[in-house]
Write a protein that binds this ligand. Structure first.
Ligand code: COM
Length: 504
């Protein structure tokens, strides 16, 4: 059967990019059709952003309870029976279903977008078959997302090996987990599982969080060390061993073979775009399996666009949604282009969050020479601070970095672990070139800071904004403290002792 109607575009996949692209098209007066087999909103509420947000909250609560237990006025809390599997179960039962309903309601009812539910088969660039019926579109937009990249090693299919996708499905808490890959997914997962009494070891072939500012990395990993999360860098995983289920991971480290006993493995070495359904169309595929697109999200086949993760990195919700919007505009006859500059990055590392945009200090020094740092904490710190204690003579003792409840708690009860914020300024132009934060959340500010970086925001302009004190990132008031200087000096450079967080 052939559907008579011709759509302006068939959005093949109703994830973040397809849903937002179709919505934008509809808002512009166009006729979109979304083809979706599983869920509108893609993997977000199933196992990615929304789930991670929820699970991070659970992990934060567990870690904070552990920190505060028995201190000052807090009662002693017994955390021996807490369960990551129980937290995941709640999300499966309530969160996944509630989010699915919300996505459906918003898309179909509120926005009035047509969705055809079922497995789609691309017939050609103007026709898609779903449940035996052919739907026709003037354009085709591929938004089929990505999946976890799996290493080709023995044991990879053993029960107990999981990826981000299986995380909400855990039914029993592991005792020991090995995480293969220390990028932002792996490091986030380590921080999420550890609070649940799970012994976590991260094995990274190269460098963990390689593109993050060194101070931010150090802050996170120093905290990992205190929490007993082990990190190995430069380690090559060779095999996952086990009889019928995961029992250990074997790796080469410094020329020696090491074996890590475990009952769960989380693989987080990267993402692979799901470009396969589009291959018969003749679209160009890149080395990472991504569909190659131009700045306007066009593929090499006229009338075929690719949006979201299937078009390759950066793998970031905002990029997925924006690619959808740009494709919709171009289908409508505009000449819209993606702008990949100043894309912020964010990781949940419960009970903290890390956020970054622009250049790291190292990159900034390479580009601008002597940069100025505006940051807290900046002074000497006690070497091994104890919770609830005052250390005379240490400038950062009483300085809360951020301003939400847990940040101050982390300061007083948590050994000065309340965070670090850092702005990097080119002193000649007085413009910011990078912002970095790890603490009790600053991501909302970073959405806007990324734009300010792009327009060349200066210390003097920042000093004129209105802070709501105490705030999560402190950039306004810190900038005002130095903006009176003719020759910008900022605060003295960071003084964290050289960190030794790695296992050797
Ligand atoms: C969020 C997914 S659950 S989407 O980007 O809103 O579609």
């Amino acid at each position: 059967m052939i559907e008579r109607k011709e759509y302006d575009a068939i959005w093949f996949g109703g994830g973040a990019s397809g849903r937002f692209g179709a919505a934008f098209m509809k808002a512009m007066g166009g006729k979109p059709l979304i083809v979706e087999e599983h869920h509108l909103g893609g993997e977000c509420h199933v196992c990615r952003c929304a789930f991670e947000n929820f699970f991070s909250d659970q992990a934060s609560m567990a870690e904070l309870m552990r920190l505060y237990s028995g201190k000052s006025w807090y009662p002693k809390i017994d955390l021996s029976h807490i369960s990551a599997a129980k937290a995941a179960e709640l999300y499966r039962k309530v969160g996944q279903r509630a989010f699915a309903d919300t996505m459906k309601h918003q898309t179909e009812k509120q926005l009035g977008i047509e969705v055809v539910w079922g497995e789609g088969k691309i017939i050609d660039k103007n026709a898609v078959e779903v449940n035996g019926k052919i739907y026709r579109g003037k354009n085709l937009v591929i938004g089929t997302g990505s999946r976890a990249t799996m290493p080709n090693i023995p044991g990879i299919n053993l029960p107990g090996v999981m990826t981000y996708k299986d995380h909400p499905e855990i039914r029993k808490d592991p005792k020991k987990m090995v995480i293969i890959g220390g990028g932002k997914i792996g490091i986030g997962k380590a921080a999420m599982f550890a609070p649940f009494n799970i012994e976590v070891t991260v094995l990274e072939k190269y460098t963990c969080l390689p593109i993050w500012d060194r101070d931010i990395r150090n802050f996170i990993f120093r905290d990992f060390k205190r929490r007993g999360i082990k990190i190995y860098e430069g380690i090559d995983v060779k095999e996952i061993k086990g009889k019928g289920k995961v029992e250990s991971v074997v790796a080469k480290f410094n020329g020696e073979t090491m074996e890590f006993p475990c009952d769960a493995v989380m693989v987080s070495i990267g993402l692979t775009p799901n470009s396969e359904p589009a291959i018969p169309l003749g679209v160009k595929i890149g080395k990472g399996n991504e569909i190659i697109i131009d700045e306007g999200c066009r593929t090499n086949v006229p009338g075929v666009y690719a949006v979201g993760d299937v078009a390759g990195p950066p793998y970031f919700m905002a990029i997925a949604r924006k690619r959808g919007m740009i494709a919709a505009k171009n289908i409508a006859g505009e000449d819209a282009k993606m702008d990949y500059s100043y894309v912020p990055d964010h990781i949940y590392v419960p009970p903290l969050e890390a956020t970054s945009v622009g250049l790291t200090e190292a990159e900034a020094r390479e580009k601008y020479g002597d940069v100025v740092l505006i940051q807290v904490p900046w002074g000497p710190k006690p070497k091994d601070p104890k919770p609830e204690e005052y250390y005379p003579g240490f400038e950062n003792q009483g300085l809360p970095v951020c301003g939400r409840m847990h940040t101050l708690n982390l300061l007083f009860y948590g050994q000065n672990r309340n965070g670090l914020v850092k702005a990097i300024v080119d002193p000649k132009s007085r413009k910011y070139v990078g912002f970095h934060s790890v603490g009790d959340g600053a991501k909302t500010a970073f959405q806007y800071l990324s734009y300010l970086l792009k327009i060349g925001w200066t210390v003097d302009q920042m000093a004129n904004l209105h802070e709501i004190f105490l705030n999560a990132e402190h950039f306004i008031q810190l900038s005002r403290l130095v903006a009176g200087q003719k020759e910008l000096k900022g605060f003295a450079a960071q003084v964290y002792l050289e960190e030794d967080y790695l296992c050797r």
